[in-house]
Design a protein around this ligand. Structure first.
Ligand SMILES: Cc1cc2nc3c(=O)[nH]c(=O)nc-3n(C[C@H](O)[C@H](O)[C@H](O)COP(=O)(O)OP(=O)(O)OC[C@H]3O[C@@H](n4cnc5c(N)ncnc54)[C@H](O)[C@@H]3O)c2cc1C
Length: 240
């Protein structure tokens, strides 16, 4: 793959400790919603090392004229270098790659399951589906500790209002630590919830994204709920 240069337009906090980075989109760069890129930073502290390159799912949809990634900010060398990248600063991307993209059979529903930052590939798919009025039934099960930690929650609630084929099921697992009001679901994504969702949908295909431990646990829960392993697709965000 050949790399392409991009420039940082702006960054914004999208949840507690979570930042979205908006880059300009290079001319001719195309991707499918759900795909990822490698972001390569020129910062001297990481340049030329393995640590200069990290994979990120693309949050923005193909129709948007910017390329957005979002990440939990930590004190790793890469994240510190990313935080130092100035507005207008140049980086490179390699890609796109990855196959966590929506299946073709529109008569089959999709159930997206995201833990925390695992929401990123589904943002692109949901923005794309809503913009293009896809007829496919889509459900997002989105688990976070608190509303404060839930990136893009307000946008997802808006997408649910704009897209009659999309249903959002957000759940909080540590609401007692939150200062924000929350009238929605609490507790983990469990077998009972998965069975209830599956019963309402035509032959769903399941997509799971997030840190490896969370993806592994949810795959097990899905299989216990009777989902065929062939109908589960997943992306593990290594490094968490
Ligand atoms: C396809 C894909 C999409 C991703 N999308 C996102 C996203 O949208 N948002 C996001 O925040 N993160 C995403 N990630 C994870 C991201 O690439 C980083 O690994 C993560 O953000 C942690 O980086 P760090 O700098 O905090 O930790 P680091 O210091 O880089 O890593 C912490 C530990 O993980 C290990 N590690 C790092 N990368 C790998 C690897 N590829 N395989 C095995 N071990 C590894 C390191 O050796 C180290 O021990 C994605 C990963 C993949 C593969």
């Amino acid at each position: 793959m050949t790399t392409m240069a991009i420039r940082l337009q702006r960054s914004e906090e999208v949840a507690h400790g979570t930042t979205a980075f908006h880059f300009d989109k290079p001319a001719g760069f195309s991707f499918r919603p759900g795909q990822a890129i490698d972001l390569i930073l020129p910062d001297p502290a990481v340049a030329g090392t393995d640590g200069a390159r990290h994979a990120f799912s693309i949050v923005s949809a193909p129709h948007e004229d910017e390329l957005v990634v979002a990440t939990r900010m930590r004190d790793s060398a890469f994240k510190q270098a990313l935080a130092r990248l100035p507005i207008g600063g140049q980086a490179e991307i390699d890609g796109p790659f990855g196959s966590l993209t929506l299946h073709n059979k529109q008569e089959r529903a999709a159930v997206f399951i995201a833990g925390g930052i695992g929401i990123t590939p589904f943002m692109s798919i949901l923005r794309h589906a809503t913009r293009n009025a896809l007829p496919q039934r889509l459900v997002l099960l989105y688990s976070n500790r608190r509303p404060e930690d839930s990136a893009f929650l307000t946008e997802l609630q808006r997408l649910e209002g704009d897209n009659r084929n999309f249903r959002l099921v957000a759940t909080m697992t540590r609401l007692e630590e939150s200062r924000l009001p929350w009238m929605g679901r609490t507790g983990p994504i469990d077998e009972a919830l998965l069975k209830r969702i599956a019963a309402e949908l035509p032959a769903p295909v399941y997509y799971v994204a997030g840190p490896p431990a969370m993806v592994g646990a949810l795959r097990n829960t899905l299989e216990r709920a009777g989902v065929d392993g062939d109908d589960i697709r997943s992306e593990e965000f290594y490094g968490y």
